[in-house]
Design a protein around this ligand. Structure first.
Ligand code: PEP
Ligand code: MN
Length: 334
């Protein structure tokens, strides 16, 4: 059972409700500001008339805030950008490597038509011997590159302890594939006052993805952008398998905008443009793509990085494809 509190409930109402719920035989558990979970076999009739109660309802297990429910598609402001309006391109290096390089790349992706700058400062790496990012210094370089170009920036946060630091430097927090189910991190990130870019876990179902988004929304996050970045399948030819069919499927299930990441989906710059075009053709509202001016020397994910010149041509194509896909059908000829 879920008890929905009124918007105008006072802290005293809330404390009294928790006490009354225990006395009525429940194990109450606050969920965000306005919901109290009622667990166990208690007596609902003792609670329904109390101050601060809006309603009490059985939960059917579906996310309440992330699902469509007649909601218009959400537009998420990220700095000066608006994700969900037009075609969004988030581009930049896998990792922030040094001040000058990320600054140059920021200018080049902006010239190519990107609208948001990406770059990892805290890098989740499979091997602890790989480059793990510059940490705080990387955040400072990324922020400086964003400020110099006017591009909002997104970067990953891996640890609850780093949420305030990353939120101070970034316009949007990224929760990576490996952490989509790190529920403590979702709660902290949801409270940080920044929109969150939530990547689908590499073995996560859509239901699990939407429930992860629900954790953020329950904490009052100012916006959630979902990202399909490829999933683990039996196919080992590519780094992952791009699950492009989720683009139309998620549109039916959630109001949250969905971005596709063809870089981590394929692991190879040869296939990134084709998969980006497939995403746009399926109706994605944007892509996240890794870019490097010299992929051969990149400190992480060089093989999947596009050159900025390739990005320019690709963005032009994607905007054309997206315009065709989103064109309202012409009225029938009379
Ligand atoms: C990334 O975007 O930098 C990243 C690590 O991606 P993922 O979490 O999808 O592997
Ligand atoms: Mn990467």
């Amino acid at each position: 059972m879920l008890l929905f509190c009124r918007r105008d409930q006072t802290p005293a109402d809330r404390d009294a409700l928790l006490t009354a719920a225990r006395a009525a035989g429940f194990h109450p558990q606050p969920m965000g500001d306005r919901i109290i979970g009622l667990f166990g076999a208690g007596r609902v009739d003792e609670l329904s008339g109390l101050a601060g109660v809006e309603r009490i309802a059985e939960s059917d297990g579906t996310p309440l805030l992330a699902t469509l429910n007649g909601h218009e598609p959400t537009i998420v402001p990220v700095g000066a950008a608006r994700v969900g309006e037009g075609f969004t391109v988030i581009a930049g290096p896998c990792a922030v490597e040094d001040r000058q390089r990320v600054l140059d790349l920021a200018h080049r992706v902006k010239d190519a038509g990107a609208t948001i700058l990406r770059g990892g400062a805290f890098k989740p790496r499979t091997s602890p011997y790989s480059f793990r990012g510059l940490g705080r210094t990387g955040l400072e370089y990324l922020r400086a590159a964003g400020d110099a170009t006017g591009l909002p920036v997104v970067t990953e946060v891996m640890d609850t302890r780093d949420v305030p630091l990353v939120a101070e430097h970034a316009d949007m927090l990224q929760i990576g594939s490996r952490n989509m189910m790190n529920y403590s991190l979702l709660v902290e990130a949801g409270r940080a006052g920044r929109p969150v870019f939530l990547k689908r876990g590499m073995s996560a179902t859509l239901d699990e993805l939407l429930h992860a988004a629900e954790y953020l929304l329950l904490e009052g996050v100012p916006g959630v952008v979902l990202c399909e970045r490829g999933i683990r399948t039996f196919s080992t030819e590519m780094r992952n398998t791009l699950d492009v069919s989720v683009v139309p499927l998620l549109r039916e299930r959630t109001h949250l905008p969905l971005i596709v990441d063809p870089s981590h989906a394929t692991g190879s710059s040869r296939f990134v443009p084709a998969m980006a075009r497939a995403a746009a053709a399926a109706g994605a509202i944007g892509i996240m793509v890794e870019v490097h001016d010299d992929p051969g020397v990149a400190l992480s994910d060089g093989p999947q990085a596009l050159h900025p010149d390739t990005l320019r041509d690709l963005i032009r194509q994607l905007r054309e494809i997206s315009a065709i896909v989103n064109r309202t059908p012409a009225p029938p000829a009379t």
